[in-house]
Ligand binder design. Structure first.
Ligand code: A2P
Length: 265
């Protein structure tokens, strides 16, 4: 099975699974989405705040795909975190995607506990009504996860957080997983910054004949963390899902686990 075909369990759902890799759509356009769709990305991560939901639908159509052919995620923005706001944002997202049901709906950023809970309760109702297949959160720390759990029995399926080899968030990954929540990594390439120039990643990439971006994404894949890399460049879009011709051995995984190094980056 290829990386693009691999799915990980989506906890706290009726046996749903989430593709191991998706295309991040922050600051990308319809042309990039179409390139990603043609390259075989099985999932597309959007958000009300990104204003890219229509670009996702349009890009998929350009590639000859229906929105229901791919796993679609979107997020509730801060200004919509009331019962009314969530319902209205959700309906706008379904219109933008041209779907009745959204695969995964997340709270984009935590706000005050009462606001998180009001938002979450409304998302629970959308879940119960079958309008979303799974609900989760983004950018939540352990205390915020606990505050949510104190007011609701519905455990988030996902905590989507910024995570890459130079920002590994080990405690938060563990705290999320201990609570039965799966982790998705956004900015898995460190937004194209120092990660891609890191000497250890570069050495591993050279040994394997791949790029540092591919090493970073393969490391996440082997840790069973979903990643959603972004690119507007067709070659890099293809490169970021071309992760099957190599694997990281235990020593290479451990070397990346030991990053970042003191006094560097
Ligand atoms: P570009 O769109 O020119 O490819 P992240 O997903 O961590 O947020 O990173 C996105 C950034 O990384 C973008 O600036 C993107 O630029 C760049 N990028 C994406 N894929 C690669 C790659 N394979 N090699 C180098 N830079 C990349």
């Amino acid at each position: 099975m290829t990386v693009a075909e691999t799915t990980f369990p989506l906890p706290n759902t009726a046996g749903l699974r989430i593709p191991a890799i998706g295309f991040g759509t922050w600051q990308v356009d319809r042309t990039a989405v179409a390139a990603a769709a043609r390259a075989g990305y099985p999932a597309f991560d959007s958000a009300t705040m990104y204003r890219t939901e229509r670009a996702v639908t349009g890009g998929l159509a350009d590639a000859g795909l229906a929105p229901t052919d791919r796993f679609l995620t979107t997020k509730i923005w801060r200004s919509d975190m009331t019962e009314r706001g969530v319902r209205s944002a959700f309906h706008a997202s379904t219109r933008n995607f041209g779907v009745d049901t959204i695969d995964l709906l997340l709270i984009h950023w935590p706000q005050a506990a009462a606001s998180n809970l009001e938002t979450w309760k409304t998302m629970e109702e959308l879940l119960e009504a079958g309008r979303v297949r799974a609900i989760g959160v983004s950018n939540f720390d352990a205390a915020e996860l606990d505050a949510l759990a104190a007011g609701s029995d519905t455990v988030p399926a996902v905590n989507q957080i910024e995570l890459h080899p130079l920002r590994q968030r080990k405690a938060l990954v563990e705290e999320s997983r201990q609570r039965g929540i799966s982790v998705t990594a956004y900015s898995p390439l460190g937004q194209g910054g120092p990660v891609l120039r890191d000497p250890d990643l570069t050495a591993i990439a050279d040994d394997l004949g791949v790029t540092t971006a591919q090493v970073s994404l393969r490391w996440l894949f082997q840790k069973e963390i979903v990643s959603i890399p972004r690119s507007s460049n067709p070659d890099r879009i293809r490169q970021n899902i071309d992760l099957d011709g190599f694997a990281l051995d235990d020593e290479q995984m451990a070397r990346i686990d030991a990053l970042p190094k003191q006094g560097r980056n």
